[in-house]
Design a protein around this ligand. Structure first.
Ligand SMILES: [Cu+2]
Length: 116
């Protein structure tokens, strides 16, 4: 009886942990979603990371340039430095990740024309 109950609790706990991982669709218990918009500075696909000069995020942080992990690599497809993008940032405690990202305007790559 005891063992059976412990197993059930362990299974439920596992589901909760997996359900809390970024990358799942929809709202997460305990997580907060913020709309985000900005310009792509650079992309490190190998680390699923994008550096963005983002506009102020109401109720979360001021505008700045900083790296963001993305929940899924697919989100970076077709996105290039210089593009204007908007998406959704999931924040859970000290962790955060972009769970949605879309290009809203093509940009000119910053590195291509440095001194003109
Ligand atoms: Cu920031």
């Amino acid at each position: 009886m005891r063992v059976e109950l412990a197993r059930t609790i362990a299974a439920v706990a596992l589901v909760l942990v997996l359900g809390g991982a970024p990358g799942c669709s929809g709202g997460m218990p305990g997580g907060k979603l913020y709309p985000i918009r900005g310009e792509v500075v650079s992309i490190t696909a190998a680390r699923n990371e994008i550096v963005m000069q983002h506009e102020p995020i109401a109720g979360f942080m001021q505008g700045m340039t900083m790296p963001f992990p993305v929940a899924k690599r697919d989100l970076l497809e077709g996105i290039e430095p210089g593009d204007r993008v908007e998406g959704v940032l999931l924040v859970e405690g000290a962790r955060y990740a972009l769970v949605s990202l879309a290009e809203i305007a093509k940009g000119t790559p910053v590195a291509a024309e440095s001194d003109s």
